[in-house]
Design a protein around this ligand. Structure first.
Ligand SMILES: [Zn+2]
Length: 188
């Protein structure tokens, strides 16, 4: 993602591709990521009832932390690299003014892409799917974590399968090999 594209997603309504639960992909419009982040803060603040709050409060704190850290960093970057640029005072306009003026394009691109990723990770946490099959690499079906809990070793998260016993990862075309290896060991 280049800098202008990353700034666009972060600060303006934009088009994006989403995958429905049915697997269908759709091209839709969505609010800026900063707007979505603010939406998480206000929706969690408005929930009432103990059950709703218990889960929402820690998320709201993470969201608030991230929002404040983006705001602070953006103000510092703007002050350092675009001190004379005019803004309307919103975080969006501060980020846009800094991104338009910065001469450190690659560094800026990394910073803004990281913000986009962090917001995505908070508002759409990755779906984890455990695979009940032995790892073709190390043969373990289960692993134990430090707390002594036993879990399935192979876990799929957003298109990457990882074995928590031997730390092997499969992604992209390797997933086909993994699938073959797993169905082979099922059959035997
Ligand atoms: Zn393994």
């Amino acid at each position: 993602m280049d800098l202008s594209q990353a700034v666009h997603e972060l600060t303006r309504p934009h088009k994006t591709t989403i995958t429905r639960d049915s697997g269908a992909r759709e091209y839709v419009s969505e609010d800026s990521l900063l707007d979505q982040l603010r939406g998480e803060i206000s929706s969690s603040g408005n929930r009432s009832g103990v059950g709703a709050n218990r889960y929402k409060v820690p998320l709201a704190l993470d969201v608030l932390d991230l929002y404040q850290s983006i705001a602070r960093t953006a103000q510092d970057l703007k002050a350092a690299e675009a001190p004379h640029a005019k803004t309307t005072g919103t975080i969006e306009s501060i980020i846009q003014a800094w991104a338009a003026a910065t001469t450190r394009n690659e560094a800026a691109e990394r910073i803004v892409s990281k913000w986009c990723e962090q917001i995505h990770a908070l508002i759409n946490p990755p779906k984890k799917i455990e695979i009940n099959a032995p790892c073709p690499q190390c043969g373990n079906r289960h692993t134990m974590n430090e707390a002594g809990d036993i879990n399935l070793a192979l876990v799929a998260t957003n298109g990457v399968v990882r074995c928590s016993a031997c730390l092997t990862e499969w992604t992209g075309a390797q997933l086909w090999n993994l699938r073959d290896a797993i169905s082979y060991s099922h059959a035997s």
